[in-house]
Write a protein of this length. Structure first.
Length: 543
């Protein structure tokens, strides 16, 4: 039996069947497409997901965007031209109260590697126009692929100038690696907070997010940003989460503050539900209570394969109380996992089957070793990153080396800093084989204005080829011969005036020659930073 998206939702959520009355001619208190449009999940079979949500009052109490309980028919159109003179698909889908009147239109059978334009209509209102692009056909050999990598967009810490710049690029795809929203409450003294902290705007609702309605409002607030809307409307996105979509540094059913696991799983279910409702995800990722399958693979012909990971939902608790600590038996324990056993098996199978030139691990937290202590013989590692799960990281690196996986590249967010790293077979032996490359992207806004520093290469981290403390994103261009990463940075995210982005540095990886190179050669090591300043930067997004 084939089920519609609404029927599937009803069964999974235990809501069904949906029986609410439909509004034939809806009237809205304000413009219903206030959150814009988005697309995602571009696939090689000519597939893509189109998204919008009806929310005439996006921050209204309760999280339903000012909508009543009736379902509303939403019409959609897909065209090959921006003026919709050549409409090739159209249809209608019901926006329902139970799903915050969000809409997910899942298409297949379109042309592969083709550009399309889409829009939605409800009542007498029409949405903005979105542009999307399907992935190249399986077995094809694309000459080039261009995409952006973004993460960590704390609303209070700045304006989304980086997204304004991104929307003006010519891209095939955007990867978002997590911390799309932050769960924190506004401060108790908002005026003093804005006057003295360097922060520029306040969260809604005026509480930490726990309930479903609160997560819906927080997502809606972020989505009201015009620059973020522009980037969503310009390109298809592949998204994954990190921790702040639920709660800082959570690990599976373990909360940051060791809350009752049953209560925390209810909170997680609320967060996952709101995440799905606001992202261009396929029906395959529909949440089942506190569970949502987010790890998946997307191929771009034989040029690139994106293995999108989830390093939060299945991980073991952080070692050593989630503090900065030296490595020990717990961090090295191969039984401890960041991905869970099933996801690890899936990853190895996906990599082993790949015939792509570039094999990407799109994931959240710092993968290479990062010794945060400049003093000799006194290492300090971040327990929330892969250094706290060294046993599993070793297993992944060993697999890449033993199976000779072609051109593995790890893409990372979370840390609010730019890095370019070599992935070594043994990080304790600098002369060991370079197995892959890691490009770490800074935050969109989290942490506020950066210092502009590029002075980070502690002697204990010779595999780190570049460091920068600015806000921005990665702009990646792939060909069969070369991977190019441009570090696009914005200097003043606290300025309401649009700020230009510039390419601060460009690093490349040659096919068949793993590692990050600048201008054809590794960047020379530079002075070590102050450890307290670096750690302060890392946790600056945590009030």
């Amino acid at each position: 039996m084939k089920l519609s998206g609404a029927s599937t939702a009803a069964l999974i959520l235990g809501l069904g069947p949906f029986t609410e009355k439909a509004v034939a001619r809806p009237r809205f208190s304000d413009y219903p497409f206030s959150l814009g449009v988005a697309s995602g999940e571009p696939s090689s079979n000519g597939g893509v997901v189109l998204w919008t949500r009806l929310a005439p009052e996006p921050l209204a109490d309760g999280g339903h965007g000012g909508m009543s309980k009736e379902k509303v028919p939403v019409r959609w159109e897909l065209a090959t031209d921006e003026n919709f003179r050549r409409v090739i698909r159209r249809g209608s889908v019901d926006a329902r109260y139970e799903l915050a009147h969000s809409v997910h239109v899942e298409l297949a059978g379109l042309g592969s590697g083709r550009e399309y334009f889409y829009r939605f209509k409800a009542g007498g209102e029409t949405s903005p126009v979105g542009r999307t692009k399907t992935a190249p056909a399986s077995g094809s050999s694309p000459a080039q692929l261009a995409f952006a990598v973004a993460s960590c967009q704390m609303y209070e810490h700045g304006y989304y100038h980086a997204y304004r710049d991104m929307a003006q690029q010519d891209l095939d795809l955007v990867l978002h690696l997590g911390d799309y929203i932050y769960e924190y409450p506004p401060p108790p003294d908002p005026e003093a907070y804005l006057a003295n902290s360097g922060n520029v705007r306040l969260h809604e609702p005026a509480s930490e997010t726990n309930k479903l309605g609160e997560y819906r409002i927080r997502h809606a607030q972020y989505k009201t940003d015009e620059d973020l809307q522009a980037a969503h409307a310009a390109f298809p996105w592949l998204v994954t989460w990190d921790d702040h979509e639920v709660e800082n540094n959570y690990a599976d059913e373990i909360s940051e503050n060791d809350a009752d696991p049953a209560k925390f799983l209810k909170r997680r279910a609320n967060a996952y539900r709101a995440y799905y409702e606001h992202m261009p995800l396929s029906r395959r990722s529909f949440p089942r209570g506190p569970d949502l399958r987010l790890y998946r693979v997307h191929a771009y012909g034989d040029l690139a394969q994106f293995n999108v990971l989830d390093t939060r939902q299945y991980r073991d608790d952080q070692a050593n109380g989630d503090l900065l600590d030296p490595p020990d038996e717990e961090t090295r324990d191969p039984r401890r996992t960041m991905t869970g056993e099933q996801q690890e098996r899936w990853l190895f199978d996906s990599l082993g089957r790949s015939r792509s030139t570039w094999n990407v691990l799109a994931q959240q937290v710092f993968f290479a070793e990062l010794d945060l202590n400049a003093a000799p013989n006194a290492a300090l590692y971040n327990m929330d990153a892969w250094d706290g799960y060294e046993g599993q990281r070793n297993r992944i690196v060993d697999f890449l080396a033993r199976r000779e996986i072609e051109n593995p590249v790890v893409l990372t967010g979370d840390i609010h800093l730019n890095f370019a790293n070599d992935v070594k077979a043994n990080f304790d032996e600098p002369n060991s084989r370079t197995v892959g490359t890691e490009y770490v992207g800074t935050s969109i806004t989290s942490g506020g204005n950066g210092s502009g520093s590029t002075s980070f290469a502690i002697p204990d981290n010779p595999h780190i080829k570049f460091f920068n403390d600015d806000r921005g994103y990665l702009l990646c261009t792939l060909t069969p011969e070369l991977w190019t990463t441009d570090y696009r940075v914005v200097k003043a995210v606290n300025s309401p005036t649009p700020q230009p982005a510039v390419t601060l540095a460009t690093f490349v990886t040659e096919a068949g020659n793993p590692g990050a190179q600048r201008d054809g050669a590794p960047l020379a090591t530079q002075e070590a930073p102050d450890i307290e300043s670096l750690e302060r930067t890392r946790i600056q997004a945590q009030p």
